[in-house]
Design a protein around this ligand. Sequence first.
Ligand SMILES: Nc1ncnc2c1ncn2[C@@H]1O[C@H](COP(=O)(O)OP(=O)(O)OP(=O)(O)O)[C@@H](O)[C@H]1O
Ligand SMILES: [Mg+2]
Length: 225
Amino acid sequence: MIKVDNVTKKYHVGTLDVNALRGVSLEIGEGEFLSIAGPSGSGKTTLLNLIGCLDVSTTGEIYINDVAVSKKNKDELALFRRENLGFVFQTFNLIPVLTAFENVSFALSLLNVDGKELKERTMKLLAEVGLETMEHRFPRELSGGQQQRVAIARALIKEPQIVLADEPTANLDSTTGSEILKLMQELNRKHNTTFIFSTHDKMVMDLAKRLVLLHDGEITSDKRR
Ligand SMILES: Nc1ncnc2c1ncn2[C@@H]1O[C@H](COP(=O)(O)OP(=O)(O)OP(=O)(O)O)[C@@H](O)[C@H]1O
Ligand SMILES: [Mg+2]
């Protein structure tokens, strides 16, 4: 479903070149629950941003459902992201003036989905992430873990094939972090959504079905269990 083919990414900082990825190849199938781990600066965010079509590689190619991402223009990429990908961020990134319900349903409200269906889908998903009674709360009235649950529901509302999460537990205590991971696991099983998440956290790595280790922009290990 996703094929990363010998991808490099070079950033230019002033006169300096930073080789953030040095020839990464990786195939990810439907329904995988995969963690990308490695030390700070190893290229995790860079790789997720490329898979998420938020940035373009320097050389090499990424294919999603056999479509070469580099062949698409900006508008095509934006459409492609909206249709196929969901994102979860380290800092939750909810819209502060919208309630939990509105944060989750926002993307559907842009799509001419009728009111009844919008409400049903949003409430079902809020229930799935354990927030059925909190739909009217604003982000500031929710704990970090609850905010991340809203963010996960938001990522899933359009039933994307792939959810990308860059250190989704980094701002949570370890108990809350493992609850969030278990929730992602459950949603992965139930919907067969592919989850790709990065982490520093050993506990989070241990819950992955497949663990890819990055070091200095290269894959040093790729293990399934
Ligand atoms: N926009 C940028 N401009 C220049 N260099 C960058 C940029 N983004 C990342 N880098 C560099 O690329 C390398 C990989 O960075 P990246 O953010 O992918 O690492 P990471 O594994 O996500 O690290 P962390 O665990 O700290 O989040 C680092 O050396 C970083 O300094
Ligand atoms: Mg990072």
